[in-house]
Design a protein around this ligand. Structure first.
Ligand SMILES: C[S@@+](CC[C@H](N)C(=O)[O-])C[C@H]1O[C@@H](n2cnc3c(N)ncnc32)[C@H](O)[C@@H]1O
Length: 354
């Protein structure tokens, strides 16, 4: 490597560190402010929560956080995806609006947490309420509007980034790295990819920025937001449907991606979704499953994972922490291939065998 290359790499790393540092500080400050305004995870009169798996080791948490960004930057340098351009002056007004909306919502989230009310959404008028199974009609995370309203789709990105101190996009990019590896040497125009539970389309739009000719689709209930985000790519279709019964032909897709969905599902539904993924994938197709780290992934942080369902409405998360994705996928005909950690997210890949 020549002197100019080394200088360019050093400058790139410095820009990356400054931008991601700023981003982390921005979301970290929002979370700290929210926690100051809220009553805390422990309800008044209740004893302080003690995780059964011990006090989390904060040094281990910091190490995992730094490793996430080191790996993310190395992925950029390896050419798996371009450097993120997510800290731009022109986005400041939107960032300020989102921060304000997040701040204004804290009281409502806190009220639901105090009341332990994770099903308020069932009292709201939702178009086609009866289309959704009961487990879906909940205010996951205690968030306003559950998975249904435009406002909740709008707030979602800030809520997740604040929760993870600005690491959510970097964790999702670990999935983009898997997609890039899979696409190596292939013509993207002939490759079909589905993002199951694509949320408001954030990740899918990032995929499309890197692979604009990909035959992509997404599936969720936040469909208006996702459709608006994916509008620049005419071939992208967003389906308003359930992951456990996807309106997609058998053996029609090359890749299926799912990010932060499985911990939100009752165990029975997880198995159904895995079977659906197997059904829609072509033989040889790849399933990329990204979700929360589980017990044993970072033994020193097992206790930290227990805090999540204590502080947020996460009715199926405790069960998910010990859920064995490998055995469920293998039984469905999806062979486990790789596993890696990106801070608090685990990325597992599976291949449809026949
Ligand atoms: C935690 S969010 C994850 C969203 C997005 N994948 C991301 O990276 O942030 C979970 C998403 O799963 C969707 N979801 C939950 N259960 C679902 C189901 N049975 N079928 C389809 N989508 C579902 C919700 O609407 C929500 O957008």
């Amino acid at each position: 490597m020549g002197v100019f290359d080394t200088a360019a790499r050093t400058a790139g790393r410095a820009r990356y560190a400054a931008a991601q540092g700023l981003r982390s500080a921005w979301y970290g400050a929002q979370m700290s402010a929210a926690r100051r305004r809220a009553s805390g995870f422990d309800r008044p009169g209740e004893p302080a929560f003690r995780p059964s798996k011990g006090t989390p080791d904060l040094a281990a948490l910091r190490r995992a956080y730094v490793e996430l960004f080191l790996k993310d930057r190395l992925n950029v340098e390896a050419g798996l995806y371009p450097a993120p351009s997510d800290v731009r002056l022109k986005d400041l007004p939107k960032a300020l609006r989102s921060a304000r909306a997040f701040r204004e919502d804290v009281e409502e989230v806190d009220r639901r947490r105090l009341e332990r009310n994770g099903t308020e959404i069932r009292q709201q008028i939702i178009d086609g309420h009866n289309r959704y199974p009961a487990y879906y009609l909940q205010n996951f995370h205690y968030q306003s509007g559950g998975w249904f309203t435009e406002d909740s789709a709008d707030l979602y990105d800030t809520q997740v980034e604040a929760l993870f101190t600005g690491t959510a996009d970097a964790m999702r990019r670990a999935v983009l790295a898997e997609i890039s590896r899979e696409l190596k040497g292939r013509d993207q125009r002939g490759v079909s990819l589905l993002d199951v539970a694509c949320g408001n389309g954030r990740f899918l739009s990032q995929v499309m920025q890197v692979y604009p000719r990909l035959m992509a689709s997404g599936l969720d209930t936040y469909t208006d937001a996702a459709r608006a985000r994916l509008r620049p790519w005419k071939q992208v279709e967003i389906l308003h449907d359930a992951a456990e019964s996807m309106p997609i032909e058998d053996a029609s897709l090359d890749m299926v991606v799912s990010i932060f969905l499985f911990h939100e599902l009752p165990p029975r539904v997880r198995g159904q979704v895995v079977s659906e993924v197997q059904r829609v994938l072509k033989p040889g197709g790849l399933f990329i499953l990204a979700d929360s780290a589980q017990f044993g992934d970072y033994p020193a942080l097992d206790g930290l994972l227990e805090y999540f369902p204590h502080g947020f409405h996460e009715p199926y998360y405790k069960n998910y922490l010990s859920w064995n994705a490998n055995s469920v996928c293998e039984a469905a005909g999806l062979l486990p291939e790789t596993r890696s950690l990106a801070f608090l997210t685990k990325i597992s890949t599976f291949r449809r065998i026949s």
